[in-house]
Write a protein that binds this ligand. Structure first.
Ligand code: ADP
Ligand code: MG
Length: 232
């Protein structure tokens, strides 16, 4: 899935016209993919039949989520089901999620990224310095360890590579306990992509990509993303 810049602009304009404060996960990823951030293969669906067709295209196991604008914490809302191994498991999960979806929400079927290492990418706008990009350790330990580094935009791929060396958990990017080395160049393109999105779209107030999973062969993939829009 690679959205174009025009698609990204249209998604942001439509969301603003509808008064949304944050883009849905699907739309957030389309916007980021347009700037080179690698994201999960995924499709939207309205019901269990549509979800089953999407899963067939992606290949099992899949992840099923609720997808809607202004939905920031899906796990807390019971809207994330990972590791669905076959169509029966997918249909069971779809039945559970459909009963909890917020109004106007849909189902999001996506590839299950297998990998234990989780990183995060982010962007915030500083009143004085402008957009800043963060990279660091993601997943459930992120808040406890606060192992992140920050750069002013624009962040080039070369500068992104140096960010990776600066986190305390840098060794996790190397070959680690039988896991392959992370594809640093691909991760650098992802970091530079978040920077490019911030520069291209002043209507984006904040970007939160957590986690980026280091999947098969060291390939980084954003499995979650949240784009927050400015309120003016
Ligand atoms: P939340 O809105 O609660 O942050 P996420 O989309 O980040 O929801 O999903 C919660 C967790 O589920 C992630 O932190 C990750 O560990 C796991 N997860 C989500 N999507 C995938 C995926 N496509 N492949 C593998 N693991 C996933
Ligand atoms: Mg998340």
């Amino acid at each position: 899935m690679t959205g174009s810049l025009d698609t990204a602009r249209r998604i942001i304009a439509d969301a603003r016209a509808q008064g949304a404060r944050t883009l849905s996960e699907y739309d957030s990823k389309q916007v980021l993919a347009a700037h080179g951030v690698p994201v999960t293969a995924e499709h939207l669906a309205d019901d269990a039949d549509g979800a089953a067709r999407a899963a067939e295209k992606i290949g099992y196991p899949v992840v099923l989520k609720g997808n809607a604008p202004d939905l920031a914490h899906k796990t807390e809302a019971g809207l994330v089901e990972v590791g669905l191994a076959d169509e029966a498991a997918l249909r069971d999960a779809a039945a559970r999620l459909l009963s909890k979806l917020p109004a106007g929400g849909g189902l999001l079927v996506q590839e299950m990224a297998s990998g234990k290492r989780e990183f995060l990418l982010g962007m915030t706008r500083d009143a004085q310095y402008g957009p800043c990009v963060t990279f660091g350790l993601g997943g459930i330990f992120a808040e406890a360890l606060k192992d992140t580094v920050l750069r002013l935009t624009p962040v080039s791929e070369t500068e992104a590579l140096s960010m990776m060396d600066e986190i305390r958990a840098a060794a996790l990017l190397g070959p680690y306990r039988g896991m392959p080395e992370a594809d640093r160049d691909a991760l650098a393109r992802a970091i530079a992509g978040v920077s490019a999105a911030a520069v291209a779209h002043p209507e984006i107030a904040e970007i939160d990509v957590n986690p980026v999973i280091v999947a098969d062969g060291g390939r980084p993939v954003a499995v979650d993303a949240l784009v927050v829009l400015t309120s003016d």
